[in-house]
Ligand binder design. Structure first.
Ligand SMILES: *Cc1c(COP(=O)(O)O)cnc(C)c1O
Length: 397
């Protein structure tokens, strides 16, 4: 371990946490909804500690808090808070910082569940929504009205992997008096650090890369202590706390986050390059490719490019279906970020709620297949893709 004067590297801190503890190497799993005290004073003192307390589980739990400290350390944040899902994490941000009638600007390319929350807020609380286009960042300056409370962006975006210039977005938001909040699910802490680029809060669906094994549902928000204070209140008020069992599994997953992201990135990069050269593929979207419109920006603000590769298969929706149903190593399933490779059809699943013209404007063709690359042997993944693509070519001919 590095001495006190030198901050340990990311792999070391992923394994050991911010401050290596004596005693058990694995965080004790505390299953206790409530805690006992020798006096009222002792109970009140514990109660004051909020999310770091062992007082009542909806407020704080030691297993959950240990995982939060590890996350905050990896994110470069003063404080992280865990929620029962990614959408619960996003909801806590909006409920904490939008009063009734307030304006929020969000990218129309944001996660569907995020847009549904903003729509819910419009109906129930009179929130006013400005939609920003990821493809037209030049228009944001005009679009974001003074008095806007939150500018909420996602980078890279799902499924076409647009990269948002987070430094510029932060400057724009701050010039309007707004907070910049970032959904960084597609780029977890070892890949990008939005807070270091000027974001005020960053959230992740920890269900994806952070957990990494497709076996738990969780969300996390990180930021400065003062900005996180209202989120702790929203969490205990609405009750979307993460349970200790999931927090323990999540913390175990974090120990291999850098290793997994390395393996995933190497596989995704190699497959994206091979797919780009394949005759049955019309187009590949991956920030690591020189052909990606924001490749230079991605290189500047990311370390590695994540594991999602979007391809457009020749033969439209039929070609994409033929392809995905012929895959054997990639599983046909929603979600991403696990050790196993998954494939999905955005036009028919995550983005089926859009009209065909909205999908076309967003660059989501019927023939698009979203590949969420895992850590398997690259040779096996490529053989699987090549075999499935050979079926498409037969279909086209
Ligand atoms: C999955 C996902 C969410 C929602 O997270 P859940 O854990 O499913 O609630 C939010 N944003 C992005 C980008 C996601 O991929």
């Amino acid at each position: 371990m590095a001495g006190p004067s030198k901050r340990a590297g990311e792999r070391t801190r992923s394994v050991h946490g911010p401050s290596p503890a004596m005693g058990p190497l694995s965080t004790p799993l505390v299953f206790s909804a409530t805690f006992a005290f020798p006096s009222l004073e002792a109970m009140n003192a514990e109660q004051q500690k909020g999310p770091d307390s062992a007082y009542y589980q909806r407020v704080g739990n030691p297993t959950v808090a240990a995982c939060e400290r590890r996350l905050a350390d990896l994110e470069g944040a003063e404080r992280s808070l865990l929620f029962s899902s990614g959408v619960a994490a996003t909801a806590a941000i909006f409920l904490s910082y939008l009063a009734s009638g307030d304006r929020v600007a969000a990218m129309r390319e944001c996660y569907g569940g995020t847009l549904q929350q903003l729509e819910y807020g419009r109906e129930h609380f009179g929130w006013r929504l400005t939609l920003l286009s990821a493809g037209d960042p030049g228009g944001w300056e005009r679009a974001i009205e003074p008095g806007t409370k939150i500018v909420h962006v996602e980078s890279p975006t799902n499924p076409v992997l647009r990269v948002i210039d987070l430094r510029r977005a932060a400057a724009l938001a701050h010039a309007r008096g707004a907070l910049l909040t970032v959904d960084g699910t597609f780029g977890p802490p070892v890949v990008q650090k939005p807070l270091a680029l000027g974001a005020d809060l960053v959230m992740h669906s920890a269900t994806k890369y952070l957990g990494g094994h497709s076996d738990l549902l969780a969300g996390v928000v990180s930021g400065s202590q003062p900005l996180m204070e209202p989120l702790a209140k929203a969490r205990r008020t609405f009750g979307a706390t993460l349970d200790p069992m999931s927090a323990w599994h999540l913390e175990r997953g974090l120990k291999t986050l850098p290793l997994r992201m390395d393996a995933i990135h190497r596989n995704a990069m190699s497959l994206a390059q091979r797919l780009e050269a394949h005759p049955a593929i019309e187009r590949v979207s991956y920030p690591g490719l020189a052909s990606h419109p924001q490749h230079a920006l991605a290189r500047e603000q990311m370390q590695g490019f994540g594991g999602v590769v979007a391809v457009v298969v020749r033969g439209g929706g039929d070609g994409a279906r033929t392809f995905i149903e012929a895959l054997r190593v990639f599983s046909h399933a929603p979600s991403l970020g696990g050790v196993e490779s998954l494939a999905s059809l955005p036009a028919y699943t995550s983005h089926v709620y859009m009209t065909a013209s909205e999908r076309a404007a967003a660059g989501i063709d019927d023939g698009m297949v979203r590949l969420a690359v895992g850590v398997e042997d690259e040779a096996d993944l490529w053989a699987d893709l090549e075999h499935a693509l050979s079926k498409v070519r037969v279909g086209v001919a």
